[in-house]
Design a protein around this ligand. Structure first.
Ligand SMILES: Nc1nc2c(ncn2[C@@H]2O[C@H](COP(=O)(O)OP(=O)(O)OP(=O)(O)O)[C@@H](O)[C@H]2O)c(=O)[nH]1
Ligand SMILES: [Mg+2]
Ligand SMILES: [Zn+2]
Length: 288
């Protein structure tokens, strides 16, 4: 039997069956690494429970990692929706890191600037985000508390994941889009939460027959150690046209003579701050 993992709690997984019911599953053996969004083969056991036998091949894996281990945020997503807000303030570095993680897996990115009802701070935040629009990244400005209709067409036929720092309004946005989720979120947080009102685990919700959204816990760090140093440049969409144009075929785009990426930045075709971020990421990256 094949089902989709809609929630992962440590070694316990909630699997949605082909008939839309959910069953609680564990993984055969002591293996972990199953993620929200995974398609799995499972064997039903007694009492609406089951055992996951295998994970189906993934079309994408969204990872973030720290120095010690990789954490898979979601599997099979086709779109990352980076949720930011003017308050609390957001980190551009985290946006850049999210973009690299998504681009490396060929996952589409959409940035949502939430809390547009905070008018003056939002205006300043919009100026900061215009550079991502220049990269071809779509940026929507809305208020989860007032009107989310702007976002709805972008969800169609996607498995999207909301990603972003804590407090940006991911779960509020999800509740506005999928009102039934509100109850589920409250129930889950009552059961699992020890008094803090933040999301503690990822959960997949159906938006319509062809589209779903994964709400994920906020992060304050987004490690990219899972990406090999020599592949980091692929995470920068605007560098890609220049690959193959550098003097050296193994150019790292750091300080090599005849580097087409550095030249493009000099000519204003690549934003110097994105090149600087690439250099920072490259030099801080553990060699593998
Ligand atoms: N003014 C305003 N506040 C909002 C809006 N959307 C969300 N908030 C508030 O922002 C706070 C955080 O919202 P959450 O939805 O819990 O944020 P989150 O991103 O899910 O946070 P984590 O689960 O910790 O990652 C709550 O107090 C929301 O009411 C909005 O559009 N406008
Ligand atoms: Mg949340
Ligand atoms: Zn180069």
């Amino acid at each position: 039997m094949i089902g989709q993992v809609v929630a992962a709690f440590g070694r316990h997984y909630t699997v949605e069956t082909s008939t839309g019911e959910t069953i609680s599953c564990v993984m055969r053996g002591k293996k972990s690494g199953v993620a929200c969004g995974d398609w799995v083969e499972y064997q039903p056991t007694a009492n609406e429970q089951g055992v996951i036998e295998a994970i189906e091949p993934r079309t994408s894996k969204l990872y973030r990692s720290d120095a010690f281990k990789e954490k898979i945020i979601a599997a099979n997503v086709t779109q990352v929706i980076v949720v930011v807000a003017a308050i609390p303030s957001f980190s551009e570095e985290l946006i850049n890191r999210c973009l690299v993680a998504a681009e490396s897996e060929n996952i589409a990115v959409l940035i949502v600037l939430n809390k547009a009802d905070l008018i003056e701070p939002t205006r300043i935040a919009m100026d900061m985000l215009s550079c991502y629009q220049d990269l071809g990244c779509r940026v929507l400005v809305l208020s989860a508390l007032h009107d989310v209709s702007l976002l709805q067409p972008y969800l169609k036929k996607h498995l999207s994941v909301f990603a972003g720092q804590s407090g940006m309004g991911k779960s509020t946005l999800l509740n506005a889009l999928i009102p039934q989720a509100k109850r589920a979120t409250a129930e889950i947080s009552l059961a699992l939460d020890s008094g803090c009102h933040t999301t503690t685990h990822s959960r997949l919700y159906r938006f319509d027959a062809e589209s779903a959204i994964i709400d994920s816990p906020g992060f304050q760090e987004f490690g990219l150690n899972h990406i090999a140093q020599e592949n980091l440049a692929w995470g920068f969409v605007e560098f890609q046209p220049y690959f193959g144009c550098c003097k050296f075929s193994n150019c790292r785009h750091i300080n090599e003579p005849g580097c087409a990426v550095i030249e493009a930045a000099r000519q204003g075709k690549i934003q110097p701050k994105r090149l600087a971020f690439y250099h920072k990421l490259f030099s801080s990256h553990q060699c593998k």
